[in-house]
Design a protein. Structure first.
Length: 307
């Protein structure tokens, strides 16, 4: 039966700088969700797509991906080592490989924040939560976001730190991916929680993850395009997380800032460290000041408050 046949794994080893661009390339070539992890030892990002057996043509895919990597390099992004691997793997091996990479992750409040800590773990983990910890279960699957990426973990930290128990706070997640941020916010008690993504596959995955965590009735997930949102919104939010590329964050800053409540916090992530100054300058023009930031590997993320 098809469900027992091996999967194709298409993987590109690349730089952290080019991870998002390579992910867009693989997603466009294969029309499937993309998975990625960063290897600390080799300082290399591994961007993968897992393809069901059937009409997949490895040689044609390799040629198209190689041509795409040349285009990315031409735009000025360093893609090295840019190694393309296409292999057949057993479904059991695929599942076990993610178990080696993904382990429970705890997000603790900074300073004297009264917010409870988050425990993010895959379903196979037997780790039990500590007192007052809120558990969020996410499996990698063929598309994932587990909180281990520096930009995602910074957003999760801000969700925990900004949370005020017994206070009604709203949350907006721009580019939700696996839905991890929106699910965490809903579990902590933010309401309303709204999230969207341009990719319909991401929205589908996020909805399934929300159901698994039993918060699907407490958040609104939709497909959306940030560039098409009205400049004057019907609702503003206490906390906004926008995990997008820097060019989009800069170009659409008015649409994002107009949705932030006075006294609220805007978290910007997914930014290459060398591009962060330009993003900070653009948002300073919109009367926001940088409250905190984190630099990790090639990435820089920041939390902004209205000046």
């Amino acid at each position: 039966m098809k469900s027992h046949q091996p999967l194709w794994r298409v993987c590109v080893a690349t730089s952290a700088e080019a991870e998002d661009a390579v992910g867009e390339l693989l997603g466009a070539v294969l029309d499937l969700p993309v998975a990625a992890y960063f290897d600390l030892e080799s300082q290399t990002s591994h961007v993968s797509v897992f393809v069901e057996p059937g009409k997949f043509r490895p040689l044609a895919a390799r040629r198209e991906i190689a041509a795409g990597l040349e285009r990315i390099q031409g735009f000025g992004l360093e893609t090295a080592p840019a190694k393309i691997g296409i292999t057949r793997i057993k479904r059991e091996d695929w599942a076990e490989s993610w178990k080696r990479h993904f382990h429970p992750l705890t997000i603790k409040p900074s300073g004297n924040s009264p917010a409870p800590a988050l425990l993010l773990k895959p379903s196979w983990s037997r780790k039990l939560p500590a007192k007052n910890q809120i558990v969020l279960v996410l499996d990698p699957g063929l598309s994932f976001g587990t909180g281990h990426h520096p930009t995602t973990s910074f957003c999760l930290q801000q969700i925990v730190d900004c949370h005020k128990p017994a206070t009604k706070q709203s949350f907006w997640d721009v580019g939700t991916g696996s839905g991890i941020l929106a699910i965490a916010a809903a579990k902590l008690g933010y309401a309303p929680v709204e999230a969207f993504d341009f990719d319909p596959d991401a929205v589908r995955v996020a909805r399934e993850n929300a159901r698994k965590n039993k918060v699907d009735k407490r958040l609104r997930l939709a497909r959306g395009d940030i560039t098409r949102l009205p400049l004057r919104p019907a609702r503003q939010f206490d906390l906004i997380c926008a995990n997008l590329i820097s060019t989009l964050l800069i170009a659409e800053r008015r649409r994002i800032v107009h949705r932030l409540k006075p006294g609220g916090t805007l978290v910007l992530a997914g930014i290459l460290a060398k591009e962060f100054v330009e993003v900070e300058r653009a948002y300073a023009d919109s009367k926001l000041r940088l409250c905190s930031r984190r630099v990790e590997n090639e990435w820089c993320s920041g939390a902004f408050c209205l000046a």
